[in-house]
Ligand binder design. Structure first.
Ligand code: HEC
Ligand code: HEC
Length: 438
């Protein structure tokens, strides 16, 4: 079946290489759970265990403990904003499962998309709903300068790293010396590129700088992103009762298999079959790591025509911080293959990234505009596709109404619930006392 699934995904234009397979035992032939065909068992084994997040060669510091510690500090640091009041945790709240519970994100201004959870974020291949960043570190640079989010500028942040003794110590321990930012004639207090607005004071300050100074500031900016990414990599969820069930299949351990109750088992069968969920929510993180158009109607009063991946492709190719760029630690073949072969296609219009379903039980509301308040509303939508908006003639063909009964919806809900693991070192949920490790 796996080969069929691969052919199928290839037809959909999904070329993502799978997350590296963990070394796991083949299932013991006795003691398989009853009610599943051999083909279904094979599909189930593809869904667990979830290995460590894949490496990020474009970020040399992705596993560096000191970088992750600094990144955690910066994640909660409100000085990393224009007003001194916004941090990443303003919208990605540790006690709201790294989201904000709102339909649309907001800080300095109102966003047009829903805040994504950071659970298992490091398994992704593309970032943001439209995939306009190709690494976790490049993603972090977006909100820092976005006027509706942190509303800051890279020069302001470089000065902060330079002027604050603790941050300076933490930074130099990991990344080496900072440029000499004391010379105000070369390094104005604020400045950043402002696409489409050359008269903006930030843009004028930035354009007035020497090229080599801009490169030096960009490097500090990129390193801020790399340290935050090293922190985010720790937000992993992979020990759910479903994972116990699958471990039980591999080990022939019936007690472990009992972790998945009858209703959730029926839901799993639907997930793999009639309900067609696994066609997109595939692999051990329950996402194909690519983009689809689920035709979900826009929020009332929300942005009507969101191009989604159609714009994302263009933006990630143009991003100076993408994996092929000057600030990548491995601009070689792997990064090139990822970005250089991207082609913007008509079918990309209003496609959004397939989210993981691990922990989705706690990350309401759902979809790129938070259109659905509950999982039951999501299931109702997939069941009937009522209100679906056909945005263009190349509509997603995988998506058809799957006509679920009330009982089937309850079973699918029970299965999604069985994908929950909220255990996490509580020390990650707050700002450390210092940005450096002793
Ligand atoms: C104003 C609220 C807000 C702030 C502040 C904010 N974010 Fe977000 N975050 C969002 C929204 C909204 C999205 C989705 C945006 C989109 O797709 O266009 C998002 C997306 C993301 C994603 C993509 C996840 C994925 O699966 O692709 C990551 C990672 C992330 N944010 C991390 C951060 C970090 C790190 C910071 C601090 C530097 C931060 N965010 C600050 C609201 C916020
Ligand atoms: C054609 C591919 C496809 C199929 C089939 C599919 N999904 Fe999705 N799913 C997506 C995409 C893409 C999104 C994000 C859509 C958006 O934001 O507009 C999504 C979003 C979701 C979300 C919201 C997650 C979040 O964090 O916002 C849930 C829950 C979900 N799907 C569950 C399911 C279930 C259950 C099934 C089977 C009944 C299913 N999906 C079938 C692609 C698919």
């Amino acid at each position: 079946m796996r080969s069929i699934a691969i052919v199928f995904l290839a037809l959909l234009g999904c070329s993502a290489p799978p997350i590296p397979e963990p070394e796991v035992k083949a299932p013991a032939s006795d003691n398989l759970p009853r009610g599943f065909t051999a083909e279904e068992i094979e599909r189930i084994l593809d869904l667990s265990p979830l290995p460590d997040p894949p490496p990020d060669p474009t970020n040399r510091f992705y596993e560096d403990e000191r970088a992750a510690h600094l990144g955690q500090f910066l994640f909660y640091e409100t000085r990393l904003s224009g007003s001194g009041e916004v941090s990443c945790a303003t919208c990605h709240l540790p006690n709201k499962d790294w989201g904000d519970g709102k339909k649309l994100g907001e800080a300095e201004g109102q966003m047009t998309r829903h805040t994504m959870t950071l659970w298992n974020v490091a398994y992704n291949r593309w970032f943001f709903w439209d995939g306009r960043a190709d690494s976790l570190w490049a993603q972090a640079l977006g909100p820092l300068e976005e006027p509706r989010e942190h509303a800051g500028s890279r020069l302001r942040f470089a000065h902060l790293m330079h002027d604050d003794a603790d941050l300076r110590r933490a930074y130099t321990q990991v990344f080496g010396a900072l440029p000499d930012l004391d010379d105000a004639s070369r390094f104005p207090p604020e400045g950043r590129p402002v696409p489409g607005d050359p008269e903006h004071p930030h843009a004028k300050a930035w354009e007035g700088m020497r090229e080599e100074d801009r490169v030096a500031v960009n490097r500090v900016f990129a390193n801020i992103g790399k340290s935050i990414a090293a922190f985010e990599r720790k937000l992993v969820s992979r020990r759910s009762s479903f994972d116990d069930f699958v471990a039980g299949i591999r080990e022939g351990d019936l007690y472990k298999q009992m972790e998945l109750h009858e209703d959730a088992r029926r839901g799993l069968k639907l997930f793999l079959g009639k309900a067609r969920c696994f066609l997109c929510h595939s692999g051990p993180n329950f996402t194909d790591r690519e983009f689809h158009d689920t035709r979900v109607p826009p929020l009332k009063g929300g942005k009507r025509l969101d191009p989604g991946r159609y714009d994302g492709v263009e933006k990630v190719i143009a991003d100076p911080f993408n994996g092929t760029g000057a600030y990548s630690d491995d601009p070689g073949e792997a990064a090139e293959v990822k970005v250089d072969y991207l082609i913007r296609n008509g079918h990309n219009w209003s496609e959004f990234k397939t989210p993981s379903l691990r922990n989705s039980i706690v990350t309401a509301p759902y979809m790129h505009q938070g259109q659905f308040a509950t999982l039951d509303e999501v299931l109702e939508y997939y069941s009937t596709l009522e209100g679906a908006v056909v945005n263009h003639h190349q509509a997603e063909r995988t998506l058809v109404p799957v006509n679920l009964t009330e009982g089937e919806k309850r079973d699918l809900h029970a299965f999604l619930e069985a994908l929950t693991d909220l255990s996490l070192d509580p020390a990650l949920k707050r700002k450390p006392e210092t940005p450096y490790l002793p």
